[in-house]
Design a protein around this ligand. Structure first.
Ligand SMILES: C[S@@+](CC[C@H](N)C(=O)[O-])C[C@H]1O[C@@H](n2cnc3c(N)ncnc32)[C@H](O)[C@@H]1O
Length: 254
């Protein structure tokens, strides 16, 4: 006898429950992991408070914070990984705006993107933002002690994280990003940099960074390459600056 399907007043929700395209990327929270003190004390208003996510998760706001340079800087990072992203890639820390969706759009059929963040609220936000993607994996991890194997990624990208970290954490993030990149792969950093003397933003950003982002001026004083550990072989290091030197992209070719 033919089976009569049960009446369902919400067919769209039924589809969402069974179609893998509608499943959000999931992740396991680690009880052993704690939000670092610098994030809690200095950046709670930007990344940890639920209202922070509601406020900052707007493309125009992240673009304004970077003085209209968000897309150029995002695309500078994307240019390093090419039009079609092969193999395994890692993004160290979530980013507001369309950075991760744009990386994910470039994934080749069998490629994967892994994103780590230490703040559960950020992973939750990214999961929502990505919608149903079976090739993106989120991980609750600290950038200073990643649990991935050595040389386990083809590309590793770190977008505007280093300037938010105090010196010790920053060194370890650079070392970890390089450690997990395979020989022949790329480790890409995009972040603040010391503007040239004729750039008016040098004088505008100095009080802003000094008061709101206490570790950021280290990016003006030192090269990212100076934070790389000597023991990890690197074939080449390239640096490009943008917007009168206020921003930089540094690429380590492993
Ligand atoms: C990538 S940075 C800044 C990105 C950029 N300013 C933006 O527009 O979002 C911000 C992220 O870094 C994360 N984060 C900070 N310290 C971390 C750490 N030690 N390990 C992993 N994630 C970290 C924060 O939770 C936050 O989601």
């Amino acid at each position: 006898m033919e089976k009569i399907p049960a009446f369902n007043p919400f067919p769209a929700f039924a589809a969402a429950a069974t179609d893998p395209k509608h499943l959000l990327p999931t992740y396991q929270l680690s009880e052993k992991l704690h939000v670092p003190a610098y994030l809690e004390e200095t950046y709670w208003w930007a990344y940890l408070h639920p209202n922070a996510v509601k406020f900052f998760e707007r493309q125009w706001i992240v673009n304004l914070i970077l003085w209209g340079n968000f897309s150029q800087l995002r695309d500078a990072a994307l240019a390093e990984i090419g039009d079609e992203l092969q193999g395994r890639s890692l993004q160290v820390a979530c980013v507001y705006g369309d950075f991760t969706p744009k990386v994910a759009e470039r994934l080749a059929a069998d490629a994967t993107l892994n994103v780590v963040d230490v703040a559960p609220v950020q992973l939750e936000n990214l999961s929502r933002k990505l919608g149903g993607r079976s090739n993106v994996f989120l991980h609750h991890q600290d950038s200073t002690r990643l649990t991935f194997e050595d040389a386990s990624f083809d590309n590793v990208v770190v977008f505007f994280l280093l300037h938010e970290q105090p010196a010790g954490a920053r060194d370890r993030t650079v070392a970890e990003a390089l450690r997990v990149t395979r020989p022949g792969g790329k480790t890409i950093f995009v972040d603040y940099h010391r503007p040239v003397a004729s750039n008016p933003f040098r004088y505008i950003m100095l009080p802003i960074l000094s008061s709101l982002e206490p570790f950021a001026l280290d990016m003006w004083r030192k090269e990212i390459a100076d934070w790389a550990p000597k023991g990890i072989p690197v074939k080449a290091v390239r640096k490009e600056t943008y917007f009168g030197g206020l921003y930089q992209k540094v690429v380590f070719e492993r």
